[in-house]
Design a protein around this ligand. Structure first.
Ligand code: PEP
Ligand code: MG
Length: 318
């Protein structure tokens, strides 16, 4: 058992020496513990919505800090990317006075709800700034559509940190889950410390297909060539500013997609805790240069179905 545990923590490196960080998507302290047991290199997405639902008042700064700190402590030296509240739209909160919207997916959600309720955003940022060590806490903003939004939050974070007497600043990254963010990746990467692709929403917004619509399930595939081109564009923009790109949408847990994501130059994958070991094992079978070469060919195919079939043939599961 000790041997299995030791192996579980090993890094995921391709046969030609290219390292991929394999992190976990979590929501709670219990999930954090499980992700460490599964061998995750850290947490690539902590969804904070759970702290805010099913209550009449928002959680206080102290309550939030306790929850974030518990996760960081459970990670035992690893770091967590903590996403600010991604509510609003189809996930209304009792204490948010937002009107009902005709198109919630295109409405007041993600960071936009933070702009509409600045005190809610400030409280969460203050709680995040209270985490120790601050270097283990990376902040990520959902549904950012351009650099102006990022710059606003960066400035706010700076002001709050100064008020708290802090000299250190946490890493601040953005999710790329709206096509405009992928197209503007170079501008975002100039001001962000990292970019993480939310392929669930990116696929929905790129194809203009509701991610929950059962009739589109087959077509709603992150391997769609349009989505792959936006991922490539994101990596290109980030590389220009020496920033790393991760994926925290479900596509990162998709073993068929893995060689393509590696080939696109993504260096972090945040996956469900249950597949961390499998994803790491598959990375070790890959050759980065071959992934790159094949991916440029696959991206010219005309459907996700074709791309998936070719990927399966090229990189069959061991
Ligand atoms: C995504 O959109 O891919 C994502 C990771 O965020 P969520 O699924 O929470 O919208
Ligand atoms: Mg999303």
């Amino acid at each position: 058992h000790a041997e299995a545990l030791a192996k579980v923590g090993l890094p995921a490196i391709t046969r030609d020496g290219h390292r991929i960080e394999v992190a976990a998507n979590i929501a709670t302290e219990t999930d954090a513990r499980e992700s460490v047991e599964q061998g995750a290199d850290g947490v690539g997405l902590l969804r904070t919505e759970l702290l805010f639902v099913d209550r009449q008042d928002p959680p206080t700064e102290g309550e939030q800090l306790a929850a974030y700190q518990a996760v960081i402590n459970a990670l035992d030296g690893r770091s967590a990317i903590i996403r600010t509240l991604d509510a609003g739209g189809d996930k209304p909160l009792p204490f948010l006075p937002f009107p009902k919207e005709d198109n919630p997916a295109l409405g007041l959600r993600g960071i936009r709800s933070g702009f509409a309720e600045p005190e809610l955003l400030d409280t969460q940022l203050r709680a995040l700034l209270g985490v120790t060590p601050l270097s283990a806490c990376k902040i990520m903003l959902p549904m950012v559509s351009d650099a102006e939004e990022l710059l606003f939050v960066r400035k706010r974070l700076d002001t709050l940190a100064s008020e708290m007497g802090l000299t250190e600043r946490p890493s601040l990254g953005v999710m790329v889950e709206v096509p405009s963010a992928a197209l503007l990746a170079d501008q975002l990467a100039r001001h962000a410390d990292f970019l993480s692709l939310g392929t669930n929403d990116l696929t929905q917004y790129t194809l203009a297909m509701d991610r929950c619509h059962s009739g589109f399930a087959e077509k709603l595939d992150g391997l769609h060539p349009a989505v792959l081109r936006l991922i490539a564009k994101t990596v290109e923009g980030a590389t220009r500013h020496g920033k790393w790109v991760g994926i925290c949408g479900a596509l990162a847990s998709d073993l068929d997609a893995l060689p393509i994501l590696v080939g696109l130059g993504v260096t972090e994958l945040s996956v469900s805790a249950g597949v961390v070991a499998e994803v790491k094992a598959k990375v070790r079978t890959l050759e980065y240069e071959a992934c790159r070469r094949q991916t440029t060919v696959l991206m010219n195919l005309t459907s996700a179905k074709e791309i998936r079939a070719r990927a399966r043939a090229l990189w069959p599961d061991a």
